[in-house]
Design a protein around this ligand. Structure first.
Ligand code: PMV
Length: 316
């Protein structure tokens, strides 16, 4: 049966400030609109119940409201929160989830999948939900997963707009004067985020003065980047990205592969390039003018990227 409707949510990526954000400096994250989690809503026979299926992760279950919430999977928990929000019973519908977002690569896959499923269920109920209410639900889901998440992933994913974030402070919008393109290249491997985060903490203990200086410099770069975004100064923004990468190298969280991808992007004409997220693998990003997309993309593949995605960050 063709779906009644399909809904989706984007991936996210950190543009500036990773690692320094752990020490109170700001970070900027943006949606990756080209990479999405999608949910198709398929109406089902009366009595069929709410079925959520995800072939990629080989999940398929019928939602049972009486199940212990503690024992429920993440997607069941999303369904529980959405149904509770509307005081509704599970509808007879199958939600078919298909996500192109790699898991565990700092791309906000968890928040995007939860948001897409929540939107699918809201649609199946014939309801609408305010973005603030949806954001609160997805934050609850993130908490269950990550303990004390910053809230950056759910906010970028739900509102699909860039944010400026300082730990413990309300998340702020970022003005983006003009649209720009990013290439997101995957090294093909990843290290769990807590490993580089722990290494930076040890570096901070062993060499506090030098490490604190690097962290403070990343903070300045991120604040300058916010200005450059607001003014539409992409050459400057690119330079700031490249300098942010240099500082991340000093924190020891880059890798040979990430450095190679950044250098190759710059040599092929990118305005700037840096690793993104936890580092030691994962993704890098390059800021490119439209006419340089092809050569930079080819250079990234030639330098060993497993996958390169072009995404646009819209003006806000
Ligand atoms: O890879 P991501 O998007 O989960 O980002 C990690 C960002 C760090 O600053 C390295 C860690 C953190 O908790 O902020």
């Amino acid at each position: 049966m063709p779906p009644d409707v399909s809904v989706s949510a984007p991936a996210k990526i950190i543009l500036f400030g990773e690692h320094a954000v752990v020490y109170g400096e700001p970070a900027i994250a943006v949606p990756v609109t080209a990479l999405r989690a999608q949910v198709e809503i398929h109406p089902a026979e009366p009595g069929a119940g709410l079925v959520i299926e995800s072939p990629k992760t080989r999940h398929r279950f019928v939602y049972h409201p009486e199940d212990d919430p503690e024992a429920q999977s993440t997607l069941e928990y999303v369904a529980r929160l959405v149904l509770a929000h509307f005081g509704a019973d599970p509808p007879d519908v199958t939600l078919h989830l298909a996500s192109r977002i790699p898991i565990g690569r700092g791309l906000g896959s968890g928040a995007a999948v939860a948001t897409a499923v929540a939107r699918g269920l809201v649609g199946a109920l014939g309801e609408t939900i305010a973005p603030d209410a949806l954001n609160s639900i997805i934050y609850e889901v993130e908490k269950r997963h990550h303990g004390t998440p910053s809230g950056i992933d759910n906010t970028v994913v739900v509102y699909e707009k860039p944010v400026f974030f300082v730990r413990g402070q309300p998340i702020e919008d970022v003005r983006v004067r003009a649209q720009f393109s990013l290439l997101v290249a995957d090294t093909g491997y990843s290290t769990p985020t807590h490993v580089p985060v722990g290494d930076v903490r040890r570096l901070m203990e062993r060499k506090p003065e030098r490490t604190q200086q690097v962290v403070a410099r990343i903070g300045e770069i991120t604040r300058a980047a916010r200005e450059a975004l607001g003014a539409g100064q992409f050459k400057r923004l690119g330079d700031l990205m490249t300098e942010n990468h240099d500082q991340l190298q000093r924190l020891t969280v880059s890798s040979i592969e990430l450095d190679l991808l950044c250098d190759s992007a710059l040599m092929a004409g990118a305005h700037g390039a840096k690793m993104s997220g936890g580092g030691r693998g994962g993704n890098m990003i390059a800021l490119v003018d439209n006419h340089r997309v092809e050569p930079v993309m080819s250079a990234l593949y030639a330098a060993g990227a497993e996958r390169v995605i072009k995404t646009r960050v819209s003006a806000h």
